[in-house]
Design a protein around this ligand. Structure first.
Ligand code: ZN
Length: 563
């Protein structure tokens, strides 16, 4: 009905492409000297393709096909023997093709949505890209070559993007239309819409399949973090604007060792002055996150060369910057309350945390930063002599007094507290970590990557696991040569131009190796025994670089020129 109405209002907004069935009803206006309006099955708006059933099959098909065409054109830039390097191909795919393929995926990708057809199209597109990057055969198992190319499976990638996308609704301003559709606790004081989640009965909510329901679930798990229109951040009220001469941050001009050394010398002088001069106090703050997600934040308050207070706090499920910010909060707040204190020097190893206090942008640390900014404002307003100076002291400098706090944080036993809500950034990190973990677990136990898939180790003798971070686990070692990458992929998957593999398709063809030592030319024979290849670099372990050296030393191994 909506499509039909739109066609009457704006016939040009419909595209002529799309499936022919089922037809929409046409409207005959010949009786009033008008045309016969025949609606098209697909409506295009802002690059989104709407169909009558809102399946978005055509939308996914359109962008997947567009990307397949782009991939075909990109083959001009490089193939399996020359042109741009595999690592550049991967970068090109991730930055220029994937965002186009997934444009508007939020329309059709949500829990319990029928997504099989759309995923299949995108999977086909990614398969083509993987073959281009690795130079593998069409028949090579997708799961294995995706891992070699450092590309996360398309379904997992969508899950990750979708999880992060839902969390972003926590940052929208109160006037945003979506708030009125959410539960009352997330509505930010917006009156509920008649179709909002809060208007539905529990039974209706259980039956509902909608992204709004998923957003509600995600927002219920995180702490309220964003305050886009907080009065402390409004122009004219910001601390850095009102007290710009009395609050400052000091950090080295560059990360070079010389600049850092000079900066630490200045820090030493400043700290000594703060302990000798009257009305001065120094605070050293540090925070850390343990593997069980327990965060410890600690601070030392120095007065007259003595630590007069050592506040410490433990919490859960926040990021390391949040921990640093919390350490500054618990150190600075009691320091500002000390009688006759006018000048405070606060020393931290996080520039980012300092920026979150001094900058006035909307950010995910506002729930910690805003109470601190309010306290700083009160302190600076109390007396015209009052000043606060932030000093950066990186942990690698091992400045003795900062190291004391650092050691205290590391030595503190981390006891998980009661289950609590996650911070916004912690939740986002968890979304990514969970997807990566699921991929690694399914890859290690999966049969789809083929039984022949070789497991390698890194230099520290850890089995390589698939990842999309820093180009993946395999590609950084092999991605600097097209030929090497192709032959390595052939070797790893077992889908290589050797008689062991060719037998699958040509059972009557000769199978012996040109060296005449074995009846069947196998992968193990080529790597470990064959006289056709140089002996000097034969791998003696399962470290990936040993095999890379062997392939680099024998350009004919696992290539079509292997005799
Ligand atoms: Zn041989």
């Amino acid at each position: 009905m909506l499509v039909w109405l739109w066609n009457i209002a704006n016939p040009k907004s419909f595209t002529s492409r799309g499936p022919a069935t089922p037809p929409n009803p046409s409207i005959n206006l010949t009786s009033v000297s008008g045309p016969i309006l025949t609606p098209k099955p697909i409506w295009q708006y802002l690059g989104f393709f709407f169909d009558r059933k809102l399946t978005f099959h055509y939308h996914a098909h359109f962008y997947a096909t567009k990307c397949l065409s782009t991939l075909n054109t990109m083959k001009l830039l490089g193939n399996s023997s020359q042109g741009i390097l595999p690592i550049q191909k991967q970068l090109l795919y991730r930055t220029c093709i994937l965002p186009i393929a997934l444009y508007g995926f939020q329309l059709w990708f949500f829990k319990k949505a029928p997504i099989y057809k759309n995923i299949a199209k995108l999977k086909k597109m990614q398969h083509r890209a993987t073959l281009w990057i690795t130079g593998a055969f069409q028949t090579s198992p997708l799961e294995g070559i995706e891992a070699i190319a450092g590309l996360v499976p398309i379904f997992s990638h969508l899950q990750k993007l979708n999880g992060c996308h839902y969390l972003c609704y926590a940052s929208v301003p109160p006037s945003h239309a979506i708030n009125s559709l959410l539960d009352l606790q997330h509505a930010k004081d917006q009156p509920p819409h008649k179709f909002s989640m809060s208007s539905l009965t529990p039974k209706q909510q259980a039956k509902l399949t909608s992204p709004i329901k998923d957003v509600n679930e995600r927002l219920s798990k995180i702490t309220k973090t964003f305050h886009p229109l907080h009065p402390l951040l409004s122009p004219g009220s910001r601390v850095v604007n009102r007290f710009s001469s009395r609050i400052a941050s000091h950090s080295p001009p560059s990360s070079s060792d010389e600049d850092l050394f000079k900066h630490i010398q200045d820090l030493n002088i400043t700290f000594c002055q703060s302990q000798c001069l009257p009305y001065h106090t120094a605070v050293i703050a540090d925070g850390g996150v343990k593997k069980n997600n327990v965060t410890t934040a600690a601070a030392h308050i120095w007065l007259d060369n003595h630590v007069v207070n050592q506040p410490q706090i433990q919490t859960m499920n926040i990021t390391s910057v949040g921990a640093e910010l919390m350490a500054i909060y618990i150190g600075l707040t009691p320091a500002m309350a000390i009688d006759d204190t006018h000048n405070i020097t606060i020393i931290t190893d996080s520039i980012v945390a300092t920026k979150k206090i001094l900058e006035s942008h909307v950010n995910p640390y506002q729930n910690i930063a805003l109470p601190l900014i309010a306290n700083i404002k009160l302190f600076l307003r109390r007396d015209r002599q009052n000043t606060i100076h932030f000093w950066y002291c990186p942990s690698k400098a091992e400045w003795p007094r900062h190291k004391l706090v650092d050691d205290q944080v590391k030595a503190t036993a981390s006891t998980p507290t009661l289950p609590s809500k996650n911070s916004f950034l912690f939740s986002r990190k968890k979304e990514c970590d969970n997807i990566l973990k699921e991929w690694q677990v399914s890859f290690s136990s999966s049969q789809k990557k083929d039984q022949l898939f070789l497991d390698f180790e890194d230099e520290k003798e850890r089995v390589l696991k698939p990842t999309y971070v820093k180009g993946g686990s395999w590609l950084p070692s092999i991605g600097f040569s097209n030929s090497l990458c192709t032959r390595f992929t052939h070797m790893t998957t077992g889908h290589a131009p050797i008689s062991e593999y060719c037998q699958r398709f040509f059972p009557n063809s000769p199978t012996s190796c040109p060296c005449s030592k074995v009846d069947v030319q196998t992968r193990e024979h080529i790597v470990m025994q064959c006289d056709q290849y140089k002996q000097s670099t034969r791998p003696c372990n399962t470290v990936i670089n040993s095999f890379v050296h062997f392939l680099a030393d024998n350009p004919s191994a696992f290539s079509f020129d292997n005799g």
